[in-house]
Design a binder for this molecule. Structure first.
Ligand SMILES: [Zn+2]
Length: 150
């Protein structure tokens, strides 16, 4: 739940920045002189003034980039503690896929909450990253290896 709330908070900040930029543009953009023969209210600037329209499009392009950055950052965070996943480990092989396995990148939480596996080969459609939650006691697995060796 905390993971999704963090994403929603980041998207809210991004939309707030977009709204602020849009408000600044509308406040600071000089209003054109009204025509002498005027019928009805003046037309809106968007789609009637080229520079204003390009500025609005630039703001929305910038906002879409920020949304992508928020999503990209969120994919590489721990689902439990929201810290950045570390130690990317390449597994598999492109040249020996049948023998060794498909190429994947695995990243782990610095506190051992889980591992994220990202498939690099996208043959059968989009493969979403796979999150494996670890046990709360990360030393239990290592201790079991020590007992098995005796
Ligand atoms: Zn974690």
């Amino acid at each position: 739940m905390k993971y999704w709330l963090y994403l929603v908070a980041k998207l809210a900040v991004v939309l707030g920045v977009a709204w602020g930029l849009q408000a600044c543009l509308q406040h600071l953009y000089p209003t054109p002189e009204p025509p002498l023969a005027r019928f009805g209210p003046p037309p809106p600037l968007f789609l009637h003034d080229m520079l204003f329209t390009f500025c609005v499009m630039a703001i929305w392009l910038f906002t879409s980039g920020l949304i992508y950055l928020a999503y990209w950052d969120q994919r590489r965070r721990c689902r439990s503690c929201l810290r950045q996943l570390i130690m990317p480990l390449k597994r598999g092989s492109w040249g020996h896929m049948v023998l060794i396995g498909r190429p994947t990148t695995q990243m782990i939480c610095p506190f051992g909450h889980g591992t994220l596996s990202i498939e690099e080969l996208q043959i059968t459609g989009r493969q979403y990253p796979d999150w494996h939650r670890h046990d709360d006691n990360i030393w239990k697995e290592l201790e079991s290896y020590g007992r098995a060796g005796k």
